[in-house]
Design a protein around this ligand. Sequence first.
Ligand SMILES: NC(=O)c1ccc[n+]([C@@H]2O[C@H](COP(=O)([O-])OP(=O)(O)OC[C@H]3O[C@@H](n4cnc5c(N)ncnc54)[C@H](O)[C@@H]3O)[C@@H](O)[C@H]2O)c1
Ligand SMILES: O=P(O)(O)OC[C@@H](O)[C@@H](O)[C@H](O)[C@H](O)CO
Length: 380
Amino acid sequence: MLAVHFGAGNIGRGFIGELLYASNYETIFVDVNETLIDQLNQRQSYTVELAGSGEKIDVHNVSGLNSISQKDAVVDAIVNADIITTAVGPHILSAISEIIAQGLEKRLEQGKSPINIIACENMIGGSEQLKAHILDHINYQKDTFEKNVGFPNAAVDRIVPDQNNDDPLTVKVEPYYEWVVETSDIKGEKPPVQGIKYVDDLTPFIERKLFTVNTGHAGAAYLGRYYGHQTIKQAMDDPTIVGKVRAALHESGSVLIEKYNFSKEEHHEYIEKIIERFLNPDLSDEVTRVGRAPKRKLGSNDRLIRPALEYIEWVGKDPENLSEIIAAALLYKDDNDDEASSLHQSVKEKGAIETLKEVAELEDDSRLVKAVETRLNEMK
Ligand SMILES: NC(=O)c1ccc[n+]([C@@H]2O[C@H](COP(=O)([O-])OP(=O)(O)OC[C@H]3O[C@@H](n4cnc5c(N)ncnc54)[C@H](O)[C@@H]3O)[C@@H](O)[C@H]2O)c1
Ligand SMILES: O=P(O)(O)OC[C@@H](O)[C@@H](O)[C@H](O)[C@H](O)CO
């Protein structure tokens, strides 16, 4: 079986690639990073190392293609693929959509069997969004496309920090992982990937993951930066920060428990397990990786604003801790991150509150805007 995976980065090699190999797929990684592509082609294997135990898993049957300079080969790979996956980042989905559309059209013309495309990105409705971008480039009969190409949404969870190894392909990951895929939009057979948990409705799973793991992570990163820490572990070792992150997760958690009828006890255990994962002494994860792209993270449907708004709606109180994390996100600086630089520039020119309203699409009279303003006044 052949898998075409877009994005040979941390989660691509450290999670998706490992499970595809374990499930007997040959994987072609499509990327733009020439070093990674050359190394994959020369060695056709790489190593995943589990933090803590040091266990090494060798992943074989891999190769690389460049999505810009090897377009024809990427199209052919898509024609012959049994599954397509992505882990490129939400902002890159539109950039890879045209080439995927070309490959899919060629498949449809040749009458190939149905295929599923799974976007493994930290966002709600990632595969659906990729589908919308791809449809912009599809000229072939839309009904044939609909019948033969599935875009099941997914939630993926494994902490894979930026790597600092001598070997550019080796990737050190936490042992924990979860990959949940929604069955409703699958075309043909469910892809036989070991480790995927198939569910009828992804909503509770993606919201639980994004509004706990990623909300807490963002809290550790933005408060961590505000209090002068370098890594997530250092931030979470700071009693002030861990207390605020836990309290924020109880805010987002109270909505999740209510909305999805989760057991309170189990959800509180889930929160504690996640805090433990952030404190993993065997992983070094920079606050700049976890805090990357702060404008995306301040989006209306993302890990901070959405749970804060829902807390106001469901609980009827100000989300004090989520508001403080949002305030810290507005004060976040990283000159090496384009979104962070543009956010900082906007805060300098228009002020933090105007910037928040614009980035998070909030109205002047929003209760959340007022709550964040109160926290900002305390923090400056
Ligand atoms: N790292 C994690 O802990 C983790 C966990 C769960 C989900 N995710 C999600 O996975 C996605 C990728 O994150 P990551 O941490 O692996 O990032 P990353 O930067 O390590 O990997 C992204 C890869 O995409 C490649 N890329 C960029 N533009 C491309 C293009 N036009 N065509 C093909 N490849 C291109 C980059 O060169 C890079 O190798 C994100 O959506 C992230 O939220 C990450
Ligand atoms: O990938 P992002 O930028 O959406 O978020 C940064 C981290 O929170 C994220 O990559 C986590 O490590 C991951 O979601 C854990 O499963």
